[in-house]
Design a protein around this ligand. Structure first.
Ligand SMILES: *[C@@H]1O[C@H](CO)[C@@H](O)[C@H](O)[C@H]1NC(C)=O
Ligand SMILES: *[C@@H]1O[C@H](CO)[C@@H](O)[C@H](O)[C@H]1NC(C)=O
Ligand SMILES: *[C@@H]1O[C@H](CO)[C@@H](O)[C@H](O)[C@H]1NC(C)=O
Ligand SMILES: *[C@@H]1O[C@H](CO)[C@@H](O)[C@H](O)[C@H]1NC(C)=O
Ligand SMILES: *[C@@H]1O[C@H](CO)[C@@H](O)[C@H](O)[C@H]1NC(C)=O
Ligand SMILES: *[C@@H]1O[C@H](CO)[C@@H](O)[C@H](O)[C@H]1NC(C)=O
Ligand SMILES: *[C@@H]1O[C@H](CO)[C@@H](O)[C@H](O)[C@H]1NC(C)=O
Ligand SMILES: *[C@@H]1O[C@H](CO)[C@@H](O)[C@H](O)[C@H]1NC(C)=O
Length: 825
């Protein structure tokens, strides 16, 4: 009897451990209960867990899925989003009907349930998979998946999850934000597929589109290059009778990544950084101003790489409200110019390469997959209501299908590399203008008199800057020249058309200009056209060959940012090497802030914007661009101002072009401007991004005080320099006394004090203690508690004998730049 008892026990143990349940399933017998401390089910490879949780800041209980091994609580799915349980009596189990259901205590109606009708006799169980998917499976029915959490997404889009439609079940798999960080209920922001004429992904705030992916080009969404880097992820776009969906997965499966639609109105790609044990936001949409839906209004074209104002009208259109356009608000869009014949009167098309094509939903747009691009053009031309066309599937073998638009063109923008060709219908005059330009380009000549009809507000004037390498004397000089014949660009061509041309001739991406063209534009380099003496600090004679020089320039020309001076092209002929920059009418920052009569032009609001702009430009150089450029000579005279006083950093690629391998590390010869140079750079020749941060700190203090680092001697203690002066006042809690007295009282002292503190943090003696530019940007834009600065370096005035200083003071009269007589090695 006793032995039988034992046998039964042993059998029972064997039976339970082998047959009852695995730790990743919920069965009829095995349920999970909230008050049973920490009980959850965990996927086979310990990746995801399912159980009860409360969001930070809330005591409500929810059933959710999270990363099992990540110490930061990160729910990726929530079952009872809108029906929280207010105590710990929750029980998650298989109910009598076979559904997975969540009950509060012993109540009979579930709080939440998979709620499907289950036929057949097979019993069901729920299982959490390593993908993060929770599935309800029916045994004895081929283990059919009856329900899955991937079909009912919340705010998190994991690999293999879909966005789109199951056309058989009518399920719309969309992502919706939480209500707030402590309430996972369905919020206002959603990320969904809009089937329309041509499917698009759209981020909505309520029912208003915030961002649009553009059309599926065959390999990717035209405006989601980030989500479709082929080397990183494989994507799957399904368009069948049963399904219209998009999903992706990481090729490197060890990457822990998710896309989250945040209640703040963005969708972010967030990666787990194992080293820092924290989540990092690696991409965010909308990503720039042109990403915001309809930023330039109907028939407007958004190009963030333009210097001044990102909005232009399509050719043949003009701003609907020129006044708002003038104050840089393009949202009113553009209307057709009057008196233009658009119907059977010799019209044609202008190509916009690298475009996000206009919205295809909610507007008269049509798709025809049976014809190619050529027939598409004919079809569009022959129908007077057709405004534009594009290939419906542009990545596939030169493009298949035909998209046409027959009304206003909404939400169109430019990219540098991605996007597709968009063809805009223009009347015969517009066509003639553009054709002429095309022909001239083919001859490699820049037309001197191409007048933009699209928008007179956006004419860019080129000015030229030229280095003439005088070989015999081993000396480089630099000059800037301004064309007397103004060279105007049709704005939509300035970065795009040229590039297109260059690609076709194998020249790479940057327009090359004939020396003769530039000579003509500048009246043979006449001194009348000179803007000023240029300078990028003493540099080493370039040891590079022409090809390396070209490559380097090409790279640098790709550094495009609102706060960097745009490079329009270059010219290399024999010993002459020239760079062509956009022209900025307001000269450089030093000509304004250090000028008694002018500095009141810049109120605090403007100065703060300038500080933020410079910080963003520097952050871009340091980490956002692919080059990681250290400027080495950031100073007031290297910050140019455009027509609306938007700051643009100049001379940023020079160290790279002429310094060759000296972009990091130590250099025997110190290049730069005293006063702006960090101690480690000035004394040991060691430079790094942190030495740029130091220069930025000096510049920031100059902007706040209106005093120049190199020539300020405080009355109270003439042996101190500007930094010492500000530091002494800061220590005594009197930092506001250092602020430029020409600022009227319209400033916020908190904001100014914060800036002074950031400035002092940037000029700390130890490079490691200075914040990175990205930290500076975030300090400037967020309410954060800043650390206390330590004593800065260089509190005392030093005697300066450097060329740079005498030059930058000596050329006050003209533009921008200091000088440039350089010694070769
Ligand atoms: C918790 O919820 C139950 C059921 O919704 C309700 O009857 C009860 O009053 C709530 N308790 C508290 C403390 O809010
Ligand atoms: C539910 O549980 C409570 C407390 O445990 C008990 O008082 C109540 O009678 C139960 N109700 C039912 C219908 O079983
Ligand atoms: C289940 O679905 C039915 C009808 O589809 C609905 O009326 C009911 O509220 C749902 N129950 C739960 C718990 O979601
Ligand atoms: C959703 O949007 C509406 C109006 O746009 C707003 O009143 C409401 O507060 C929003 N709700 C949430 C949870 O943000
Ligand atoms: C994605 O690519 C990886 C590596 O090439 C491959 O192992 C995986 O099966 C692919 N995933 C899909 C869904 O095709
Ligand atoms: C949403 O964004 C805010 C601000 O960036 C952040 O604090 C919060 O954690 C984000 N929420 C999610 C779910 O990622
Ligand atoms: C994550 O970092 C820890 C140490 O911080 C290390 O032991 C572990 O191997 C790392 N895991 C991965 C997947 O790299
Ligand atoms: C032009 O195209 C639209 C849309 O396809 C169509 O409704 C209209 O009939 C066409 N007009 C002519 C003259 O073909």
């Amino acid at each position: 009897m006793n032995s039988v008892n034992w046998l039964i026990r042993i059998l029972l143990v064997f039976f339970l451990s082998h047959f009852s349940f695995a730790a990743d399933t919920i069965t009829l017998d095995h349920f999970i209960q909230d008050n049973n401390d920490g009980v959850m089910i965990v996927s086979a490879a310990n990746i995801f867990a399912l159980g009860f949780f409360s969001p930070a800041g809330s005591t409500n209980r929810y059933v959710g899925i999270w990363y099992y091994q990540i110490p930061v609580e990160t729910p990726v799915w929530v079952a009872n989003r809108d029906n929280p349980i207010n105590d710990t009596s929750g029980i998650l189990r298989i109910d009598a009907g076979g559904n997975l259901a969540l009950f509060q205590g012993n109540q009979t109606l579930p709080v939440w349930s998979t709620n499907i009708s289950i036929a057949g006799s097979g019993s069901t169980f729920a299982q959490i998979l390593d993908s993060g998917n929770l599935v309800l499976i029916q045994e004895n029915n081929g283990n059919a998946v009856l329900w899955q959490s991937f079909g009912y997404p919340t705010n998190t889009w994991l690999s293999y999850m879909k966005v789109g439609f199951n056309l058989r079940t009518g399920l719309n798999q969309a992502y919706t934000s939480w209500k707030s960080s402590d309430d996972p209920g369905v919020g206002n922001i959603s990320f969904r597929m809009n089937p329309g004429v041509s499917p698009q992904l759209v981020l909505y705030k309520g029912s208003i589109p915030v961002w649009r992916s553009g059309t599926w080009t065959g390999k990717m969404w035209s405006s989601l290059p980030e989500m479709s880097r082929n080397f990183l992820i494989n994507v799957s776009f399904v368009d069948t009778d049963d399904e219209l969906s998009f999903s992706s997965d990481w090729k490197d499966s060890s990457l822990i990544a998710r896309y989250v639609t945040n209640e703040t109105g963005v969708t972010q790609r967030i990666l787990w950084n194992n080293a820092s044990q924290s989540w990092i936001i690696s991409y965010s949409i909308p990503n720039d101003q042109c990403d915001f839906y309809g930023h330039c209004g109907p028939n407007g074209y958004c190009n963030p790489y333009l210097g001044d104002f990102e909005c232009t009208c399509f050719p043949g259109f003009e701003p609907k409200s020129p006044q708002t356009w003038l104050i840089r608000d393009g949202s009113g869009g553009c209307v057709r110019k009057s008196g233009i014949s658009m119907c059977g009167n010799g019209e044609g098309f202008v190509k916009f390469p690298h475009a996000k094509v206009p919205d295809t939903s909610g507007v008269p747009a049509f798709v025809d997959m049976s014809i190619g691009l050529k027939q598409c053009a004919e079809k569009c031309l022959s129908n007077c209501s057709c405004m534009a066309y594009a290939s419906a599937n542009s990545d596939t073998n030169g493009g298949v299908g035909c998209l046409t638009w027959h009304g206003d063109l909404l939400d169109t923008r430019a990219y540098t590399e991605t996007g597709q060709d968009l063809y805009i219908r223009v009347d015969k005059n517009e066509l003639a203008r553009n054709t002429k330009k095309g022909l001239l380009q083919k001859k490699g000549v820049l037309a001197g008199v191409i007048v933009s009809s699209a928008s007179v507000f956006l004419i860019l004037v080129i000015f030229l800057r030229c280095w003439v390498q005088r070989q015999r004397r081993g000396v480089l000089t630099a000059e800037r020249m301004k064309g007397k014949n103004i060279i105007n660009f049709t704005t939509f061509e300035d970065s795009l058309g040229e590039k297109e041309f260059d690609k076709s001739t194998g020249n790479g991406d940057l327009p090359y200009f004939d020396l003769s063209t530039i000579a003509a534009a500048t009246n043979n380099f006449s001194s009348d056209n000179k803007l000023g003496q240029g300078g990028f600090g003493p540099v080493y004679k370039s040891g590079q060959g022409v090809q390396e020089f070209k490559n380097e320039i090409l790279l640098i020309s790709k550094l495009q940012h609102r706060n960097l001076v745009g490079m329009l092209g270059c010219c290399i002929e024999g010993e002459e090497k020239m760079l062509i920059y956009e022209f900025l009418p307001n000269k450089s920052l030093d000509t304004i802030i250090f000028d008694e009569s002018k500095r009141s032009l810049l109120d605090w609001k403007k100065r703060f914007e300038i500080i933020c702009g410079i910080a963003r430009g520097m952050m871009y150089l340091h980490q956002d661009s692919r080059l990681r450029v250290i400027h080495r000579d950031l100073k007031a005279s290297n910050v140019l101002l455009d027509a609306i006083m938007n700051p643009k950093i100049s001379d940023f690629g020079m160290a790279r072009i002429f310094g060759g391998d000296q972009i990091e590390g130590n250099t025997k010869r110190v290049v730069g401007t005293y006063g702006y140079m960090s101690p480690e750079y000035a004394m040991q020749g060691h430079f790094s991004m942190k030495s740029d941060v130091y220069s930025f700190g000096i510049l920031l203090l100059e902007i706040i005080t209106g005093k120049k680092i190199s020539s300020y001697f405080p009355d109270s203690n003439p042996s101190l320099n500007l930094v010492g002066h500000v530091w002494e006042l800061w220590k005594e809690d009197k930092a506001m006394e250092s602020v430029d007295s020409t600022l009227d009282d319209s400033y916020s002292s908190d904001e100014i004090l914060k800036c002074i503190q950031i400035g002092l943090l940037c000029v700390q003696e130890h490079a490691a203690h200075r914040p990175a530019m990205s930290t500076v940007v975030s300090m400037l834009s967020n309410e954060v508690t800043l650390p206390s600065p330590e004593q800065p370096a260089f509190l005392q005035n030093e005697s300066h004998k450097d060329d740079e200083i005498s030059n930058s003071e000596g050329t006050k009269s003209l533009n921008v730049v200091s000088i440039t007589t350089m010694q070769g090695r």
